[in-house]
Design a protein around this ligand. Structure first.
Ligand code: 3H9
Length: 690
């Protein structure tokens, strides 16, 4: 065995040069891998004792792509294209032995091999689009030549991988192996080495491009299908253009088109934001300061108090992960309604073909109901998901304290209330944590894990790990009104309302936010959430347009009217009632009105979010700036191609952010705009949010 680099070994076995890659955790194509691969192929070509080459990866996966962490630094040779050219030109057959995930540059490497052998659990994909990129090493030119244009379009525009069985059917995999991958792939390579003659090269085979040549509408159809989902993103369109090039240009020309478009994406702000976000999401799971020896608590049975929209959605997450859940309701009709809604949700998913009838029954079977809180005595985790009322929550936690077994985690789904106050009514505040799910809780990926003053490390560690188990992305936050997500949102919603009072049509405010990339604007969001959320009928404020709409029974989408009017398909039309109301309230408050530019609207909606984010960091409520970004992308629809509010601030330049905040503070005379001390100090030091 010869170590070509620290990441690639060379060894000849049974007449096959075996290149063994070992670059944990995912065998990314770091410099040492590229160099080892290139040298290995060259060595094998010159080695008379080898008649074939096998690429095999140690660890949990085949190559999962280029090393994304290298993208931001100066490239070091050899260039990945040079590696692949060496492979492509090889006179000796090259076989890829694939397990785990062959993704991005990993699949591109496999496509430059003459043959691919895989285990049935392997996955194959080109997920570059999720990084704001396209496969830049021939993936867009080679994959359609193997799996066809339609399949490639689906794979590159969604980034979703395919399984080994499908890959085998499509011709991407030559042989599936049930036994030991290395042994069987080696035998396959021995046979190919002995076979002699020429070996298939993907670039030479145009047969599967033919149907798209005769049916160019496939590209227009793909664009149309993706238009809504990919609004604002550059990469999906660029990927499509490359596949068009594969069909319409000779291979080498297509490669040039791919290289040009890849370069444009790679140097653009969208990809930089999405690469940043890739690492931010993974970073969020790491909790600094937790003792490594802290053990996670076992969670095998969960209780949920409240079977409404929120409680039901939360319960589904556990059933989906195979964890039994018991829902507590106060009366039988409410319990039946809650369980019925869960079943209906699963059946709807099954109707769309995304769940089998068997799985529906299995998951529904994991959710049981009770009217007696005492039935939660054997639960490892109990989540309270009732409406936002401190007195009610305290009463529930007092009762839970007497019911739950020692060591059970007591969680509140509160979105804004003081977790420490809730914990204070129990004899075990160390077991109390916040698990703030976002609605609809069975769909939204974000989970705010709220650390109370006394929450133990074991409970925090368990909360973060549990998030992963139920396929959520968690950020750890401290206690303050609204935690991270809603606290920042309050600031934006406050300013959006003020803009409307000052004369900006409220639909203009919404359009500016929509055009920025949010799925909806501030007022549309209010209508969706329900304007009566937190509204107190007896203390309705006549100087608050939202309260006045509630006085009229306009609670939002659910009542067919809120800020907007809604038809039966929930299509929104601006309402003169709302417009007049803003004018009237402005008149009563003596607010001067006039036209407001889109640019000012955007500034006044986004800057308060950044400033609030900075205050949150300053107070230690969020662990790191990137957690705030993860929160905003997954919880509030911030467009990922803009990275999140803190990344956006960094890319604007913090000095510019500060200058604008000070400008609005001066013209409004309102301390709402006072910049956070952290922001001021970062600007003074010439630093960015880290
Ligand atoms: C590309 O290939 C461009 C080409 O077209 C070439 C053009 C010239 N690089 O996700 P996990 C780290 S673009 C560097 O928690 P899992 C990750 O940060 C690339 N690091 O594990 C984490 O580190 P840490 C196309 C990477 O089991 C650790 O590995 N490929 C990379 O849940 C574990 O990751 C992709 O986009 C990477 N490529 O999922 C694939 N990948 O432990 C991206 C992972 O310090 N990767 N890391 O936090 C994935 O989708 C998942 O990581 C994977 C494993 C499915 C592989």
């Amino acid at each position: 065995m010869v170590a070509l680099t620290t990441m690639v070994d060379y060894n000849v076995e049974q007449g096959v040069a075996v290149l063994t890659l070992n670059n944990p955790p995912v065998n990314a194509l770091s410099q040492g891998v590229r160099q080892g691969l290139k040298e290995g192929v060259e060595k094998a070509l010159a080695d008379d004792s080898a008649s074939a080459i096998l690429i095999y990866c140690e660890g949990r996966t085949f190559i999962a792509g280029a090393d994304i962490s290298e993208f931001s630094s100066k490239p070091m040779g050899p260039d990945f294209h040079a590696v692949l050219s060496t492979m492509d030109a090889s006179a000796k057959p090259i076989v890829a032995a694939i397990h785990g995930t062959a993704l991005g540059g990993g699949l591109e490497t496999a496509l430059c091999c003459n043959y691919r052998v895989a285990v049935p659990s392997a996955k194959f994909g080109l997920p570059e689009v999720n990084l704001g990129l396209l496969p830049g090493a021939g993936g867009t030119q080679r994959l359609p030549r193997v799996v066809g244009v339609e399949k490639t379009l689906a794979m590159v525009t969604t980034g979703v991988p395919i399984g080994a069985a499908e890959a085998f059917e499509l011709g991407l995999v030559d042989q599936l192996v049930e036994g030991d991958l290395r042994t069987e792939a080696l035998a396959f390579a021995v046979a190919k080495g002995a076979q002699g003659g020429s070996h298939p090269r993907v670039r030479d085979n145009d047969a599967k491009l033919q149907s798209a040549k005769e049916n160019p509408e496939i590209f227009a159809a793909t664009r149309k299908m993706l238009a809504r989902k990919t609004r604002g993103f550059l990469a999906p369109e660029y990927n499509i253009r490359c596949i068009e090039a594969a069909v319409n240009q000779p291979f080498d020309e297509g490669m040039k088109t791919e290289a040009k478009l890849f370069g444009e994406l790679m140097t653009g702000p969208q990809s930089q934001a999405q690469q940043y976000f890739f690492f931010s999401e993974r970073q969020a799971a790491k909790v600094p300061g937790l003792d490594k020896a802290t053990e996670e608590l076992p969670i095998t049975k969960v209780g949920v108090i409240g079977g409404g929209l929120m409680g039901g959605g939360i319960s589904m997450n556990f059933a989906n992960a195979g964890i039994p859940v018991t829902i507590v309701e106060t009366n039988q009709p409410a319990l039946d309604r809650g369980l019925g809604t869960i079943r209906k949700n699963y059946e709807n998913t099954a109707r769309k073909g995304r769940l089998t009838a068997e799985a529906v029954e299995q998951r529904c079977g994991l959710v049981t109901g009770t009217l007696d809180m005492a039935d939660l005595a054997d639960c490892d985790l109990i989540i309270e998901a009732v409406f936002e009322n401190m007195a009610v929550k305290k009463e529930i936690f007092t009762r839970l304290d007497g019911i739950a077994k020692p060591g059970a985690i007591l969680a509140s789904n509160t979105s804004a209330l003081d977790l420490n106050e809730i914990a204070s009514v129990t004899s075990r505040p160390e077991s109390v944590i916040g698990l703030h799910f976002f609605s609809p809780a069975n769909v939204m990926k974000l989970l705010e894990v709220v650390r109370g003053e006394k929450t133990s490390d074991a409970v925090i560690k368990t909360g973060m790990a549990l998030a992963k188990r139920i396929k959520k992305v968690a950020i750890l936050v401290g206690v303050c009104p609204g935690f991270v997500g809603n606290r920042i949102l309050f600031a934006r919603q406050f300013e959006a309302a003020r803009l409307a009072l000052e004369g900006a049509p409220y639909e203009q405010v919404d359009k500016v936010l929509f055009d920025f990339g949010f799925p909806m604007g501030a007022f549309q969001m209010g209508d969706l959430a329900g304007l009566d959320l937190g509204w107190d009928k007896d203390n309705s404020n006549p100087m608050d347009v939202k309260d006045r709409l509630c006085d009229l029974g306009r609670y939002g989408q659910k009542t067919g009217a809120g800020f907007y009017d809604y038809d039966d398909k929930r299509m929104a039309t601006p309402s003169a009632i709302t417009t007049d109301m803003f004018a009237e309230v402005a008149g009563s408050l003596g607010v001067e009105r006039g036209e407001i530019s889109d640019e000012e609207i955007l500034d006044r909606c986004i800057l308060p979010m950044i400033n609030e984010g900075a205050k949150i960091l300053e107070e230690g409520i969020a662990v790191r700036a990137s957690d705030i970004d993860v929160c905003y992308v997954y919880g509030y629809g911030w467009p990922v191609y803009r990275g999140g509010p803190m990344h956006y601030a960094n890319s604007m330049g913090l000095d510019k952010v500060l200058e604008k905040l000070r400008h609005y503070q001066t013209v409004s005379g309102d301390d709402f705009w006072a910049p956070s001390a952290l922001l001021v100090s970062l600007v003074e030091k010439g630093e960015r949010f880290k």
